[in-house]
Design a protein around this ligand. Structure first.
Ligand code: PGA
Length: 271
């Protein structure tokens, strides 16, 4: 099995101004110069600052990604952003099906009860279209999967994640999957400070790889990078990355400051 290059992916969510993004990228370039070893860094930034992030990406040796996309190239889709637009802004990657885009929040969002929650509308079917259109358009998708606390407590985590993968990857070729990123993000762990136990994160990431082997073949499963996301930070990253099937992290809160993200990149480079 070839060694997979670990990925430190920053998910800024709905944070930062353009000026802050510019300063971050300059600081990231300095931080990268201090880190020996190979790690892939990707910054998933809000649409408004993608161009600024892309401008600093070469010096920071980073990929750039949108946090969502629509599958039509252009047209009367008010409020949406397409794959060609993301490419035009300098993107290399795109997040697909983050639990927050699926309307599945780990921390209670009382104001999103009822109909309001439907403003975030991704389903397994829409994620599948997005994955395919991103790949066709030359972006690398990072498909996010994961269970809620209620699903975990009902013993449904494994079948739900396997179903999210099977539906999300429908009609995607083995070659395409091999170059993709998959992210296991237990919804109850996102933004809550409750990191998943490394043994359990490994068990699920191993199950994700086994599901890819079942849907495709072993070389495809060996090639695809599987990230863990959910309250990852400097003091838990090493234990998670020590696990055989965890190839990096999708990091929210601890990616917002370079000082917090740098040890995560360093741990990826050392893993
Ligand atoms: P967190 O978010 O690191 O703040 O828990 C991770 C994510 O949602 O991608």
């Amino acid at each position: 099995m070839s060694k997979r290059v670990a990925v430190a992916a920053a998910n800024w969510k709905m944070n930062k101004t353009i000026a802050e993004a510019k300063a971050y990228m300059a600081e990231l370039a300095e931080a990268r110069a201090d880190i020996a070893g190979e790690a892939e860094v990707i910054i998933f930034a809000p649409f408004t600052m993608l161009m600024k992030v892309a401008r600093g990406a070469e010096a920071a040796k980073a990929g750039v990604g949108g946090q969502d996309m629509y599958w039509k190239a252009s047209g009367a889709y008010t409020g949406e952003v397409s794959v060609p637009m993301l490419k035009d802004a300098g993107c290399t990657h795109v997040l697909v099906g983050h639990s927050e885009r699926r309307g599945r929040f780990g921390v209670p969002e009382p104001e999103l009860a009822g109909d309001l929650g439907k403003v975030f509308g991704d389903t397994d079917a829409s994620c599948n279209i997005k994955v395919k259109v991103a790949l066709e358009g030359g972006l690398i998708p990072c498909l996010c999967v994961g269970e809620t606390l209620a699903e975990r407590e009902a013993g449904q985590a494994d079948p739900i994640i396997a179903a999210q993968l099977e539906a999300g990857l429908k009609d995607v070729s083995a070659e395409q999957v091999a170059g993709m990123l998959l992210a296991y993000e237990p919804v109850w762990s996102i933004g809550t400070g409750k990191v998943c136990d490394p043994d359990e994160a490994q068990r699920i990431c191993g199950m994700i790889r086994a599901t890819v082997a079942k849907l495709y073949d072993q070389p495809t499963a060996d090639a695809v990078r599987v990230l863990y996301g959910g309250s990852m930070k400097a003091d838990n990253v090493v234990g998670l990355l020590a696990k055989a099937d965890i190839d990096g992290g999708l990091v929210g809160g601890a990616s917002l400051k370079v000082a917090d993200f740098k040890p995560i990149i360093a741990a990826c480079a050392a893993s």
